[in-house]
Design a protein around this ligand. Structure first.
Ligand SMILES: Nc1ncnc2c1ncn2[C@H]1C[C@H](O)[C@@H](COP(=O)(O)OP(=O)(O)O)O1
Ligand SMILES: [Mg+2]
Length: 209
């Protein structure tokens, strides 16, 4: 059957969804400051994946000065979670934009809670792997305080860091348990030096081929 009976916009939606049909999707989950961004950068360099940090996408929206950006800024400054649909739409748009050149997708900092994972799978697709970037709370705080000296991020301050950590343990750890059951979680010891962490990461990615 052709697509002649559908409206132009309906056809456009079908085609963009199709673009992500066979996409290799990796969720990168871990506390703030655990080293997700650092490892993702190295995966991009070696494997040609596209790195999508939900936080970076949101911060770009804030930087654009749009009305939506202003609302987002207020939420993020308090260390709270941004509405699900907003984040998901932004991730999907960014994925489709890279579909023709990307070897796979690193979804960094998402899902933050189980519901976000479910919605992602409904709207986009299932992850092949979840990289669980694991570091001690003490280590994360130390790294974030240091990052805060130069990052210019409004949320890299002691009070917000504490809130983000609390929220991580409460909302995001259940995400890991949820995907454990599906057998796709690889736990990465991120207390080690960056290159040693990456050696573990490489093994997990190589298994995907
Ligand atoms: N394995 C490691 N050892 C030491 N420092 C690390 C590290 N991984 C990351 N860092 C540093 C780099 C950053 O300044 C800070 C937070 O790292 P990040 O990659 O920005 O974390 P995340 O993206 O998970 O918030 O810690
Ligand atoms: Mg990050």
């Amino acid at each position: 059957m052709g697509l002649g009976c559908l409206s132009k916009s309906a056809v456009a939606v079908l085609k963009t969804d199709d673009k992500l049909k066979d996409a290799k999707i990796v969720f990168v989950v871990g506390g703030p400051g655990s080293g997700k961004g650092t490892q993702c950068e190295k995966i991009v360099a070696k494997y040609g994946y596209t790195h999508l940090s939900s936080g970076d996408l949101l911060r770009a929206e804030v930087a654009s000065g749009s009305e939506r950006g202003k609302q987002l800024q207020a939420i993020m400054q308090k260390g709270e979670l941004v509405p699900l649909d907003t984040v998901l739409d932004m991730i999907k748009e960014a994925m489709i934009a890279k579909a023709d050149v990307s070897k796979g997708y690193l979804i960094d900092g998402y899902p933050r809670e189980v519901k976000q994972g479910e919605e992602f799978e409904k709207k986009i697709g299932a992850p092949a792997l979840l990289l669980y970037v694991d570091a001690k709370a003490e280590t994360m705080v130390k790294r974030l305080m240091k990052r805060g000296e130069t990052s210019g991020r409004a949320d890299d301050n002691e009070e917000t860091i504490k809130k983000r950590l609390d929220l991580y343990y409460k909302a995001t750890e259940p995400v890991i348990a949820y995907y454990e059951k599906r057998g796709i979680v690889r736990k990465i010891n991120s207390e080690l030096p960056v290159d040693e962490v990456f050696a573990i990461v490489e093994k997990a990615i190589d298994e995907l081929k």
